[in-house]
Design a protein. Structure first.
Length: 321
C-alpha cells in the first residue's frame, strides 16, 4: 500500500477515535454559511431536499453526498460547503430520502447502492444549467454511492471531477469490522439513529413487518439482513453487499476522481482499500497513515485546528473546474 504523508494529524488528537469524534462532537459550525432549500419532487411521489449555498453568480457547482444517517448539519458537510464558498464555487447538498429533517413519503429510503436518486439530482442540475462545470464529493456511504454511479455511467458521466472520502469499498468487510472493539460504539449510534428514523416512519405508515424486523436488529449486518435486503428486493445482506459495493465498479470510472482513505479508519479494514493496479489512470488514491473516519484534523492547538480534507479536496477539484 502506497501511504502518503501529506496529512499530519494533530498531536493532541492521537489515534483514530479522537480523530473521528472531535469534528462531530466539538467542531463549531462555520460562520456566515447561508443555505437555501429546494425540494425536488420525484416520479414515484417521494421527494429529495437539496440545500444550496447562497453564492451569487454562475460559477462551478459542487454536489455533496453525506454518509449513513448524515445531513447538512453534519460537521464535514458544513465544513466542506464553507470551503466550496471560499473557493468561489457554489455548493449543493443532497439529502438522501428521510435525512433532511422531514420523513420521506415512501417506505423505501436509501442504501449504499441506490444510485437512481443521485442520477435524478444530477439530471435536474444539468437540465437547469447544462453548461456549468459540475463536480461531486461523497463521504462514507455517500462516497460508495457516488463511485458506484460513476462506474455505472462510465464515459457518459456528466461530472468534470469527483472525490470520495472514507469509503466502505467492500460493504461486507466494513459491516464485520463494526462488530469489533470500540467500533461497536459507532455501530450502536448508527443503529440508534436508524431505529429512531425508520421506527417513526414505520409506525406512521403502519408497516408492522418493518417494526418487527427493527426489533431484532443488533448489528449493522442484522439491519441489512432483516430490513435493507427485503425492503429493496435483495435475497440477503450478502447479496446486497455484493451488488452494492463500489470496489467492483472502480475500473469502469472515467471521471477524474480522488479517493482519500486512512489506514486507521475504525470503520474499515486495510484489505478493503483497493490496490493501485485495480484503478484506471484517472483515479488518484491517497492513503494516509492516520485520520480516522472522515476526521483528518490537523493544527498545532485545539483552538487553531484545521481540517485537511477542506484543503486537499478543493485543491484536486480546482484542476478540473
Amino acid at each position: 500500500m502506497n501511504v502518503k504523508n501529506t496529512f499530519k494529524p494533530a498531536w493532541w488528537l492521537p489515534g483514530p477515535h479522537l480523530q473521528t469524534l472531535w469534528p462531530t462532537l466539538l467542531r463549531k459550525k462555520p460562520k456566515g454559511l447561508i443555505l437555501e432549500r429546494e425540494r425536488l419532487e420525484l416520479p414515484d411521489g417521494d421527494f429529495l431536499d437539496l440545500d444550496w449555498t447562497a453564492t451569487q453568480g454562475k460559477g462551478p457547482l459542487v454536489l455533496i453526498l453525506h454518509g449513513l444517517e448524515g445531513s447538512v448539519d453534519s460537521s464535514y458537510a458544513q465544513g466542506m460547503l464553507a470551503a466550496i464558498v471560499e473557493n468561489q464555487w457554489r455548493g449543493v447538498f443532497m439529502h438522501f430520502r428521510g435525512c433532511s429533517g422531514e420523513p420521506n413519503r415512501m417506505i423505501r429510503s436509501y442504501h449504499s447502492g441506490e444510485t437512481r436518486d443521485l442520477a435524478r439530482v444530477v439530471q435536474h442540475i444539468r437540465k437547469r444549467e447544462p453548461n456549468t462545470p459540475l463536480a461531486a464529493i461523497g463521504f462514507s456511504l455517500g462516497g460508495n454511492v457516488l463511485l458506484k454511479w460513476l462506474g455505472e455511467t462510465g464515459e457518459d458521466s456528466p461530472l468534470e471531477a469527483a472525490a470520495a472520502i472514507s469509503v466502505p469499498f467492500e460493504l461486507d468487510k466494513a459491516a464485520l469490522r463494526m462488530q469489533h472493539g470500540f467500533s461497536r460504539i459507532y455501530q450502536w449510534h448508527l443503529l440508534a439513529c436508524l431505529r429512531k428514523r425508520l421506527g417513526d416512519q414505520f409506525r406512521e405508515q403502519d408497516v408492522e413487518y418493518g417494526l418487527t424486523a427493527l426489533s431484532g436488529v443488533k448489528t449493522l449486518w442484522d439491519f441489512d439482513e432483516k430490513v435493507t435486503a427485503p425492503m429493496y428486493g435483495f435475497a440477503s445482506a450478502d447479496e446486497y453487499y455484493k451488488r452494492s459495493s463500489s470496489r467492483r465498479y472502480l475500473s469502469k470510472i472515467r471521471t477524474p476522481t480522488l479517493l482519500v482513505q486512512a489506514l486507521d479508519d475504525p470503520f474499515m479494514t486495510d484489505d478493503l482499500i483497493p490496490e493501485l493496479e485495480e484503478l484506471p489512470n484517472n483515479i488518484e488514491l491517497e492513503v494516509t497513515a492516520g485520520g480516522g473516519h472522515v476526521g483528518f484534523v490537523a493544527g498545532l492547538l485545539p483552538w487553531k485546528s484545521t481540517y485537511w480534507l477542506e484543503q486537499r479536496v478543493p485543491e484536486f477539484l480546482q484542476k478540473y473546474l
